[in-house]
Design a protein around this ligand. Structure first.
Ligand code: NAD
Length: 361
């Protein structure tokens, strides 16, 4: 974070984001320091995970939560589900600072918002943490299956990502088949492993890279894939690049090197700078399937959990990602904009349209 950002006031930091409400939760007894950001509730309650992270500063935590919560608004809106966007962060070390009391205190804070914000898992939190939170509030998803929760959302996320990839292939090559396509999967964690399964089943040639030896081994034991060094990912000859590890892997350096025809992966915030890098991909003729559109399976899983969990229904909603991705490519082409811009516009248009429907009654 730049020095200037560090010294910005909170209202200055949220300028342009248009949040409805940001709540600071402080409980010295349990050590809880959390920020819940409710970005937009036009389509429904703001749903988004709780991230626990050892932020270097409070300003960094604020910046993360405002950016991530807005992203959730777009993700829900483009997925056609009736949820708004929100997110929460807890400042702390997930390895050492968790306790039942902290989660239950946090659950009380979530409950005090009366359903305007619904939480879920994110980086640094898991189903066990959600179990404690749900002792204090009903506004919690991502619970374990034995509590009626949706369990691990990764297979649903991977399925949506796979369908988005097929749609992008259809746009790029006129055929949605991935048979014989060389796909580079960067990150074979929860989502990446399931994605590899779909690709192998369809007859794609799969390359994998990860910095975690365990995950590499698990994937190679299960599937016939080729391993690539983590720092050689962008040098590979590939048809499709699937970022399934970290954000911001699409940047000046990587895009310069990329020789693929399609980028489609599960990672959040893949572009370091959405405007600039979206334009660079378009310029290179690379079909980019917007991340927040094709990785929405996890959010859809939470949505279905709110209705009474049913895995088939979660996969049913997720299937729509294929057609939506085709529609976004068509809109981008008609309006001569990037696919990221087309996806954002579509999300905002839906929010605007539904806001007016509601105001007539
Ligand atoms: P994960 O932590 O299980 O897996 C990420 C994998 O990436 C790990 O194996 C890690 O070792 C690897 N990795 C980290 N740095 C790397 C690098 N430099 N090069 C190669 N590999 C690297 O996470 P996940 O749940 O599989 O999620 C993957 C991505 O998808 C994340 O960006 C996440 O935010 C996003 N996402 C996940 C879900 C979900 O349902 N789990 C939903 C939406 C979005």
């Amino acid at each position: 974070m730049s020095q200037s950002n560090e010294h910005k006031g909170i209202f200055e930091q949220i300028e342009g984001y248009e949040h409805e409400q940001i709540v600071f939760c402080n409980d010295p007894e349990t050590g809880l320091r959390s920020i819940i950001a409710i970005h937009n509730t036009v389509l429904g309650p703001a749903l988004g995970g709780t991230r626990m992270w050892n932020y270097a500063s409070e300003a960094e935590a604020v910046r993360d939560v405002i950016r991530l919560s807005r992203g959730m608004t777009y993700k829900a809106a483009i997925s056609g589900i009736n949820l708004g966007g929100g997110k929460a962060v807890i400042i702390g070390n997930p390895a050492t600072d968790k306790s039942e009391a902290l989660w239950r205190r946090y659950g009380r804070f979530v409950d005090s918002l009366s359903g305007k914000y619904i939480t879920a898992e994110d980086v640094g939190t898991n189903t066990g943490d959600m179990e404690f939170i749900s002792m204090e509030t009903d506004y919690c998803t991502g619970k374990p299956e034995y509590l009626g929760g949706g369990g691990d959302p990764s297979p649903v996320t991977a399925y949506g990502t796979y369908l988005g990839m097929k749609a992008a292939a259809k746009v790029k090559w006129g055929d949605n088949s991935l048979k014989g396509k060389r796909v580079m999967v960067q990150g074979v964690g929860h989502v990446g492993q399931y994605l590899v399964g779909h690709l192998i089943e369809e007859g794609a040639e799969v390359l994998i890279a990860d910095i975690n030896e365990n995950n590499i081994k698990k994937t190679m034991d299960r599937y016939d894939v080729t391993r690539v060094d983590a720092d050689k990912v962008y040098d590979q000859d590939m048809d499709i690049y699937a970022p399934c590890a970290l954000g911001a892997t699409l940047n000046d350096t990587s895009i310069e090197k990329l020789k693929c025809g399609v980028v489609a992966g599960a990672a959040n915030n893949q572009m370091e700078d959405e405007k600039r890098h979206g334009a660079m991909l378009k310029e290179k003729g690379i079909a980019y399937a917007p991340d927040f559109l094709i990785n929405a399976g996890g959010l859809i899983n939470c949505y279905v959990e709110l209705q009474g969990y049913d895995r088939e229904r979660a996969f049913g909603y997720t299937e729509k990602i294929y057609q939506r991705t085709l529609d976004i490519f068509a809109k981008a082409s008609e309006e001569d904009i990037t696919t990221h811009e087309a996806a954002e516009r579509t999300a905002l248009e839906r929010i605007d349209a539904i806001a007016h429907v509601n105001s007539r009654f």
